[in-house]
Design a protein around this ligand. Sequence first.
Ligand SMILES: [Mn+2]
Length: 425
Amino acid sequence: MIKILHLSDIHMGSGFSHGRVNPETGLNTRLEDFMAALECCIDRAIDEPVDLVLFGGDAFPDSTPPPFVAEAFANQFRRLVDAQIPTVLLVGNHDQHTQGQGGASLCIYRTLGVPGFVVGDRLDTHRIQTRRGPVQIITLPWLTRSTLLTRPETEGLSMAEVGQLLIDRLRLALEGEIRQLDPDVPTVLLAHLMTDTARYGAERLLAVSKGFTVPIALLARSCFDYVALGHVHRHQVLCEQPPIVYPGSIERVDFSEEAEEKGFVLVQLERGKAEFEFCPLPVRAFRTIELDLSETNDPQGKLLHALQAAELRDAVVRVIYHIRSEHLDQIDAGVVHQALASTHNYTIHPELVSQLARPRLPELGVGRSMEPMEALKTYLANRDDLREMEAALLSAAQSLLSEQDADWGAIDDSAIVSDSQLRLL
Ligand SMILES: [Mn+2]
């Protein structure tokens, strides 16, 4: 049995707007949160100890992280070198640089010859000796169209045809690697990609380069004992045999990950069999408080009540409230800030409810039903300018309705006359 720790999507250095500067360290608190989450992963790898660490890609928000962010990442992975745990760093879309062949934020680890470290920046098979025997790792970094196809090959093709051509190329290239595998050695495919069956997370909004979606059938092969994925931030298991797993990101990158549990995966691997377990990380809470204050006479009271009832201590909080413009001055900003003082960081977004969206006559609002004559009477009661014509309009309507009765048989009693229909009058 070979023990593997599989983590992915570290994105160290992102989400600074959700933190603040720690006066003691001078660092953004969200960088410290990400450092702590990564430290937990590496602690576990060393405590177990595992025989191999697989990183599924996207180390930083982009391929040129500031030195202090690159150092925070290196400080943790350095501990694996000291513990003599072999490690594979896969290149994700956020790690790639457009300049230079194979340019990526992680290639420095290969250039420096870090002992036991493999950088997966191309489709390749690595045979790694672990304490508990050999393992084969096929690395499949984030692929762009230009990695697999040349411009003349795609000329005149539709997007769908290009997509199909890409998949055909990838299938062929992957087949080439599979043929060279030793069938007796445990094998892992380590890939940074979007599959056709994955549920999206924040990466949909974060992705800058255009990629393509890989059919799950291409990955669910018996030659792989475990498929270690990266890219999608929401932890999910796409297949049980072989296990195809996204561990998800290790910390919340933004509010789209508010409800997601964060963690890493521990795998017990042998040829033909893999058992895995998701290990949650204690990461910072994100909370959205959204309130409709447009229908209350005490918007401030309702807002404060909601803030006091929520568990907001040390959380990253955003408050969104919908309010009518004439009630805006009833919100005392000072008191609201006070109520949010125990949070880690907060933003407040008042949204004005448009007067136009409100029904002109509340009695005729959405969801109310009335007989046509009753509805017309209500309408006319609100139109002082039509008072003189009221009797004439009502009798005209009555005769129109009885004509309709005569022509079409019984009129449906439950006929609903809406505000917009009345507007035609
Ligand atoms: Mn990615």
